[in-house]
Write a new protein. Structure first.
Length: 50
């Protein structure tokens, strides 16, 4: 009985770690994407007319 509980807790813990790592990677990738797009806008600032 106790062994099942520990196996379940282990699976949940590993799942939480995987989700956390994926969220960190997604945050870094989206941050880099936003910075690159901002740099492109700054580079072409003179071409943008309002």
């Amino acid at each position: 009985m106790m062994e099942k509980i520990y196996k379940t807790m282990k699976k949940v813990g590993v799942g939480n770690l995987v989700i956390g790592i994926l969220l960190i990677v997604a945050g870094i990738v989206s941050g880099v994407f936003v910075i690159v797009n901002g740099a492109i806008l700054l580079k072409k600032k003179s071409d943008i007319l309002f």
